[in-house]
Ligand binder design. Structure first.
Ligand SMILES: [Fe+2]
Ligand SMILES: [Fe+2]
Length: 191
């Protein structure tokens, strides 16, 4: 995707999204750019992944379901039964249709909600930028922000840990990919 296409895509988002959603995207892009510079990741890739990370979320669930069928978005059984998770794999397919061809960026979009094993630096930045952008508030966030000022891995691992604790406290099942991410971050990726 060229710079011109990127700017056009951002303009389109500005026009079409509710202001609160658009501001979330802008803040996520800003933090992704900052983290990419800090941890020596390509800033354009990080900004692109952040800009498109929620692009699968803007339609109703009914439309999302239709798009998943039409474009044969591959979902595992867990994802099929959890509509809140559809937008990440669907978003990767939609972003491709919008002109994003970089597979590393598409992977980061796909992994931004559940994470997965063997997260790349770009994947971790996208996940963290979404979770820590300045509009976010949750217990423990200041600690993760402090970690993110020195270690991408430690910050990501802590963000994932708190997210899994939250899921368990709500009595909800843990996504197998989140568990795989956790185990791979803890040196147990073959278990
Ligand atoms: Fe999302
Ligand atoms: Fe988001």
């Amino acid at each position: 995707m060229t710079d011109h296409q990127y700017r056009a895509a951002m303009e389109k988002l500005k026009k079409e999204l509710a202001p609160s959603r658009y501001r979330h995207i802008l803040r996520t892009v800003g933090l992704a750019k900052h983290l990419a510079r800090k941890f020596k990741v390509n800033q354009k890739q990080a900004m692109l992944a952040a800009a498109f990370h929620d692009c699968g979320k803007y339609d109703s669930l009914q439309t999302q379901r239709r798009h998943i069928k039409i474009w044969k978005v591959s979902l595992n059984a867990f994802e099929k039964n959890t509509p809140a998770l559809w937008h990440a794999p669907l978003g990767a397919v939609l972003a491709r249709r919008h002109g994003v061809r970089d597979q590393a960026v598409l992977n980061a979009i796909r992994r931004h909600t559940t994470a997965d094993s063997n997260m790349t630096k770009l994947d971790m930045i996208t996940y963290l930028a979404d979770a820590l952008e300045p509009g976010r508030r949750f217990p423990g966030i200041s600690h993760i922000r402090r970690l993110a000022s020195r270690s991408l891995r430690q910050a990501f691992r802590e963000a994932l840990r708190l997210k899994m604790i939250h899921v368990l406290q709500q009595g909800n099942p843990l996504h197998p990919k989140a568990l795989a991410a956790w185990n791979s971050m803890s040196g147990r990726q073959n278990l």
